[in-house]
Design a protein around this ligand. Structure first.
Ligand code: GRF
Length: 192
């Protein structure tokens, strides 16, 4: 059995989608929601879905044990970042090598890095006049949006598109692909 922890800072629409996908799944369960923002929408989703929450603080996360003990106590073996806005500290990357994945709302390596999230990404894509954008799902290392890519999906950027209309297209790709890719990564882990 794979026990997932979903890290999220915001609305949690990806978290919701992932939770629904793995409900009653034979091999994979969502066991924890980790959040760094009290009041975030994802906390209501966790409450509604009856999934335990771990609210984390900056100090212990970045300059302490990074909550590794709490994750191990919950037998977490795969960490999924779904709109989590903090960088993952070395202590956590080391504790979960090749077991932390992230979804980024652009075609990395373009439009990645610190501060590149949500509408800032879509504004940059439009400002650059790119004809397409998409999502990148990748392994997480010590740098923002930098680890080995796993999967990308693309969508056209059309004349008249705004950051909001691009965001809608990109969210659609996220909901369509992220749960399946998580399942493929988990199955790969179980075979290795
Ligand atoms: C998504 O666009 C995801 O690609 C990015 O953060 C956003 C999270 O949105 N990493 P939500 O909180 O899942 O609605």
């Amino acid at each position: 059995m794979n026990h997932l922890a979903i890290f999220a800072s915001g609305a949690g629409s990806n978290a919701e989608n992932i939770i629904q996908y793995f409900r009653n799944h034979p091999r994979i369960s969502v066991n924890l929601i980790v959040c760094n923002k009290s009041g975030a929408g994802v906390l209501e989703i966790a409450e509604k879905e009856g999934i335990p929450v771990l609210l984390i603080e900056k100090e212990p996360f970045f300059r302490g044990p990074a909550y590794v003990a709490e994750l191990q106590a919950k037998k977490i073996d795969l960490i999924v970042l779904a709109g989590f806005l903090w960088k993952i500290p070395e202590a956590l990357v080391r504790a979960y090598p090749g077991r932390i994945i992230n979804i980024h709302p652009a075609l990395l390596p373009k439009y990645g890095g610190k501060g590149m999230y949500g509408r800032f990404v879509h504004e940059a894509v439009i400002a650059a006049g790119d004809k397409e954008t998409g999502i990148t799902i990748h392994y997480v290392d010590e740098q923002y949006d930098h680890g080995q890519p796993i999967f990308q999906a693309r969508v056209l950027v059309e004349p008249g598109d705004t950051p909001e209309t691009v965001a809608k297209k990109v969210h659609f790709l996220e909901y369509e692909h992220f749960p399946r890719i998580i399942q493929e990564v988990a199955d790969l882990q179980n075979r290795s």
